[in-house]
Design a binder for this molecule. Structure first.
Ligand SMILES: Cc1ncc(COP(=O)(O)O)c(C=O)c1O
Length: 379
């Protein structure tokens, strides 16, 4: 199969032909031994990848998985402390506000945008989009009196990787439950429940695992399972994990009709992850590609959006010196080279660009994009 486009957007990402083909099996009923075997395989493999107590594959986008974690693990009379630093952090806060009390701390940077004038050209004075680490979050955690901490691992809107490990461990030492939106982080960024002291984790099928969109992969720690299992009533029918747990324990099925075809595709995507050396190799490849893209982008004269030390393994945000330039690059890549990249958000909405290097992307595809940008800007 020949791809018509080189898709370097941060999800949906390119889906390999063998994964696409896996969806095309003859349909089966989800109330069958065949489906039970498929779902059990996915769940058990996910539990091993995550090192989690429980795991589920939910039919729906990443946000469905995040809302499922929040509705099951956050109580209305409690508080969650959140550390947004971009659009998806803000969405986490918005979702949590529906179910619980939220105290939210923002980082400066990635927000402030001022326009200046130089030689009659508009120029941007932008700061980088900053990342969270324990040093920056500690005081807020200490003062919060929150029972839960929630944040985004990889802020896709800017390509910022928050240093969640130390934050999670510290929150855990304070007796908090930790929910992480790892939608665009996994499996290209190192993570497991044990080393990261996390209780609820979600990723999306259309991101680094390289499957089609439409599934949320969630994991839960022992403490998280205890928490939702003890609750009398979860304020949701579809997202109630007790229903998922009950049905899984009964016959390895889902409480409602799942996206069966997508589940086959996910199984193939897991096979490819394993065949290519598993999680460790996957992270290594993502680190190498991200370093390579950053190096080339800087050589081309762009500035990186992410604060130094917080660069994402899966998506690189950078900015041009004008909105017109950024638009020209994006448009000409699409039209002349059939390469799709996207813009950025917030303060970098106009002049920012993002190249995703997640999933089964190849070095050749990244080179095609970077070489094309080089030609477009005449460098
Ligand atoms: C970090 C992060 N969180 C949440 C989402 C929302 O995921 P979805 O669009 O699959 O619901 C995205 C999507 O890009 C994301 O990157």
């Amino acid at each position: 199969m020949e791809f018509k486009t080189i898709l370097l957007a941060p999800g949906p990402v390119k889906v390999l032909p063998e994964i696409l083909q896996a969806q095309a099996c003859e349909m089966i009923t989800h109330r069958s031994g065949e489906f039970s075997a498929l779902y059990k395989d996915l769940v058990e493999r996910l539990r091993v990848y995550f090192q989690s107590e429980e795991a589920y594959v939910l039919t729906g986008s990443g946000a469905v998985g995040l809302e499922t974690l929040i509705v099951n693990l956050c109580l209305p009379n409690e508080k969650i402390i959140c550390f947004p630093n971009g659009e998806f952090g803000d969405k986490f806060v918005e979702t949590a506000q529906i179910y619980t009390d939220v105290v939210s701390h923002k980082l400066d940077g990635g927000q402030a945008l001022s326009l200046g004038q130089k030689n009659n050209d508009k120029i941007w004075h932008v700061e980088s989009a900053n990342g969270w680490n324990l040093e920056r979050a500690k005081k807020a955690i200490d003062e919060s009196k929150a029972q839960v901490l929630g944040m985004v691992y990889n802020e896709t809107s800017y390509g910022v990787r928050n240093d969640i490990q130390e934050i999670c461990k510290y929150a855990k030492s304070k007796g908090m439950l930790v929910i992480i939106d790892g939608i665009s982080a996994w499996p290209g960024t190192s993570f497991n429940f044990n080393d990261f002291a996390v209780d609820g984790f979600v990723t999306g099928s259309q991101k680094g695992i390289g499957a089609p969109p439409g599934m949320a992969l969630i994991g839960l720690s022992k403490a998280a399972v205890e928490r939702y299992s003890k609750r009398d009533k979860i304020p949701s029918y579809c997202f109630d994990l007790k229903r998922h747990q009950k049905r899984y324990q009964k016959d390895h099925q889902t409480p409602n009709t799942p996206a069966v075809s997508l589940f086959w595709a996910l199984q193939k995507a897991f096979d490819i992850l394993d065949k290519n050396g598993g999680l460790q190799s996957c992270v290594k490849r993502h680190v190498e590609f991200s370093e390579y893209v950053r190096k080339r982008v800087v050589e081309l004269g762009f500035k990186l959006i992410a604060e130094s030390g917080f660069e994402s393994n899966t998506v690189t945000g950078f900015y041009a010196d004008s909105a017109e330039r950024a638009k020209e690059i994006k448009d000409r890549l699409a039209k002349e080279y059939k390469i799709k990249i996207v813009g950025s958000r917030g303060a970098f909405k106009d002049n920012g660009l993002r190249i995703a290097h997640m999933g089964n992307v190849t070095k050749e595809e990244l080179d095609a994009c970077l070489n094309a940008i080089s030609k477009i800007i005449g460098k």
